[in-house]
Design a protein around this ligand. Sequence first.
Ligand code: PMP
Length: 362
Amino acid sequence: MDKVYNFCAGPAMLPEAVMQQAQAEFCNWQDLGVSVMEVSHRGKEYIAMAAQAEQDLRDLLAIPDNYKVLFCQGGGRGQFAAAPLNLLGDKQSISYITTGQWSKSAVAEGEKHAKAHVFDAITQNEQGQFLVKPSQQWQIDQDAAYLHYCPNETIEGIAIDEIPEIGDMVLVADFSSTILSQPIDVSKFGVIYAGAQKNIGPSGLAIAIVREDLLGKAHPLTPNIFNYEILAGSDSMFNTPPTYSWYLAGLVFKWLKAQGGLSAMAQKNAAKAELLYSFIDGSDFYQNNVAPQNRSKMNVPFQLVNDQLDAAFLEESAAAGLLTLKGHRLVGGMRASIYNAMPIEGVQALVDFMADFAKRNS
Ligand code: PMP
C-alpha cells in the first residue's frame, strides 16, 4: 500500500509534522527525562506550555481580550450541558436552530435544563437538495437566554458559513467540526465551543471561548468542572486537565501558525472541497444532496447512485489506503472528512480512486 489517508470524521487525522514532533519528544519532553504526560499540571514547564497554547489559539482566532479561553473536559456533548447550566441565569428558555443530528442532540441535552424553542431551518431547493433557511427567516424566541446553532453538521455535511443575523440575542455555536478551518469574527458570539478531535487535537478536550460578561450566572448545581467562571478563574486547572491533549493541541496551533494562519487554511480548505465537490457534480456515478451554498468544506457526504456497490467501494478504497469513508449510520453512503490536516494530495488520491472505481463499475 502507498500512503494511507484517513478520512475519519473524528477522532480525525492530525498533521503529520505534529505527530512526528510528538513522537520525537514522547519520552523526553523539554529535556526533563520524562514525558509531558508524566509531569504535574502545576509544574512551571507545563504551565508555560499551557499558557503558550492559549496564546497561540488567541492569535490564530484573533480572540478579543474580553473573552476567556477555557480548556474543558467532556467533549462537545459536555458543552451541550455546560452551555445551559452556565448561561441560562434567570431566563426560562433557549432558542435552538436545528440543521442536523448534532444540533438536535444539543436540544435533547438542553431540554433537561430549560424550555427549548426549536426552529428546524432545513428546507429543500428545486433540485431537492438540502438547504438552510436564511437567518432572517429563523423563528427565534426573543425571551430566550441565547440562541444555539451548529455551523457545521458533521454527519450531514451541512454548513452555515455566514454568521447568523439575530439582533442583540446572545449567539452560542457548536464549532466542533469547523473551528480553525477559517477565520471567525469571535466578537459576534457569546460562546464558541468545540470538541477537539477534529481540527484541534486528540479527544478528551473541548475548548470554550466565552464572553466575560456571560460569566457568573451558573446554576448552583453546575458541577464545578463545568462551571465557566471557575474554569476561567483557575486557568482551566480547577482539576487535572487532559494534559496530553492540551499539549498536542498546542503543537497543532503552532503548526497552523507555520501554515500561515487561518486565512491560509481557509484557502487550502476551499481548494480541497472544490476538488471533491466538482468531481462529484461532474459525475453521474456519485452524488451529493446538499445545496452548493450550504456544503461543508470539512465533511463531504456522497452517495453512489447504485448503492449495491457501496460494500465494494468501501473494501477497495480501504485496500487502496483511503480509510474510513463509510458515511454515518444515520445517513448511509460515504463521507470524506477533510479537516485541516488532510493534504490536497489525499483529496486528489480519493478523486482518482473514485474516477477509477466509476470507470470499472459503469
Ligand atoms: N458536535 C458536533 C458538531 C460533533 O461533530 C460532535 C462529534 N462528532 C459532537 C458535537 C460531540 O462531540 P463529543 O463526542 O466530543 O462529545
